[in-house]
Structures are given as C-alpha cells and as structure tokens.
Unconditional design. Structure first.
Length: 250
C-alpha cells in the first residue's frame, strides 16, 4: 500500500513537470516571435532607406519561418510526450492487474494445499483411532493377577499413553459429551431410553468416543445413548413398592 502511494505521488510530480515544461516551451516560442516582431518594427522605423527596407523583409520572413518551425517542433514533442505518458499509464495498469491476478492465484494455491494436507492427515488419523479403542477396551477387561501380567499390562499402557500424546501433538482432541445436549453435527445416537438424571435430548452415556482436530472439525462422531425423558421418581417408587397384604380397608 505504501509503495502504491509513493508511485502515485511520483506520477503526480511527473505530470506537473510535464505541464510546466509544455507551458514554458510555448511561452518561450511566443516570446521569440514577439521579440522578432519588435526588432523588425524598430528596424523599419529607424531606417528609412529603400535599400535597408528591402533587405529587412527577407530577414523578417526567414525569422518568422524559423520561429514557426521551432513552435511546430515543440508542439510535436509535446504530443509525443503525451502519447508516451498514456502508453506508460496503460502499461502500469496492465502490471497492476497481472500482479493482482498472481496474488490471488498464490493465495488460492496455498489454501488448496492446506485443505488437501488437512484431508490427508484426517484420513491417516482416523485409521489410528480404532487402535486407541482397542487399548481402552483392553484396559477395562484385563485384570493382571501375577507380576508378569502386571508388567505386560504396564508395557502396553505406556504404548497407549505415547499414542495419545502423539495424537494430542497433532491437534486431535477427545470430545466430552455426557451430560450435553445431543448435536447431530458431533454425535451419533444409537440408543434412546428414559433416564433418572437427564432430561429429554441429553446424552446419558458415551458408547464410543468421538474426536476433533485442531480446527474444530469432526474427525469421528461420538456414539452415544440419549435420554428420551426424565423418569418421575415418585411414580417409579410407587410402582416398585410391594402391595399391602393385610387387607385393611379405610
């Protein structure tokens, strides 16, 4: 932006110099013609001989012709300067258009490259997530009973933690969904049942974790269980209460 302003101000100075130069050249040409005419008049008044008058007329005609030729040449140079200036302005506009097109192409190329890299990275990370699921299921199902089993359990848990660390550094984050309102943009409901703690439309259980990448794009939706409505505690307790067998009547 600063360079464009400098260029415009320089052009303004050039335009101003051209106008001053053209005006000055025309003024000089006019002064020459007036000076020649004045000299001719002085010569005509100061010398009354027919011989001098006869010699002055050819000289005056030659001077006028030379001045007229000089003025014509100046006008031609001015016209040529104007044409060159218009050509320069046209080339400058072409350059600015080409520069703008190139900048748009460069930005579009960078954006497409980033999107392509994000898509490829997402596909790779999505294939790693089932491995994380297997580690978590093993952690819940295996209960080491001997020192050897405990050592093995500790070993693969360290691998699991290292895998989570790598995913985190890549920008992958696990969703927190239990207790939140169901959102089809982030969650996938596979079950719906009444709940004693949550109102209708609230996630009650996470069946498979979901993940996001760094720019809040969904890498994998969460599989969840959703509440169909809150259970009335009083009605549930009355249904479960045993009937009175004493046969007392009010």
């Amino acid at each position: 932006m600063i360079e464009e302003e400098n260029i415009l101000s320089s052009d303004d100075l050039i335009d101003e110099d051209d106008e001053v130069l053209e005006s000055r050249l025309q003024q000089l040409a006019t002064e020459d013609l007036n000076q020649i005419s004045t000299q001719d008049e002085l010569k005509a008044d100061g010398n009354h001989s027919s011989t001098t008058a006869a010699n002055t007329k050819p000289e005056t005609s030659k001077a006028n012709a030379a001045a007229a030729a000089t003025l014509e040449k100046i006008n031609g140079l001015i016209a040529e300067s104007t044409a060159l200036k218009e050509q320069l302005d046209d080339r400058k506009q072409q350059y600015l258009r080409l520069y703008a097109d190139f900048e748009n192409f460069r930005k579009r190329t960078e954006r497409d490259k980033e999107e392509q890299e994000g898509t490829i990275t997402g596909k790779i990370l999505k294939k790693i997530l089932p491995v994380v699921d297997d580690f978590e299921r093993a952690q819940l199902q295996i209960s080491p009973k001997t020192d050897g089993e405990a050592s093995i359990h500790k070993s693969y848990q360290s691998v699991y933690k290292q895998l989570l660390k790598c995913l985190k550094e890549t920008g992958v984050a696990r969703m927190e969904c239990v207790g939140q309102e169901f959102d089809p943009n982030f969650h996938e409901a596979i079950m719906q049942e009444p709940s004693a703690d949550y109102d209708e439309g609230i996630i009650t259980e996470e069946l498979r974790p979901g993940y996001l990448v760094s720019d809040d794009r969904v890498l994998r939706h969460s599989l969840v269980k959703v509440s169909s409505g809150k259970i009335d505690g009083d009605s549930a307790s009355s249904e479960d209460a045993p009937s009175n067998g004493s046969g007392e009547s009010s």
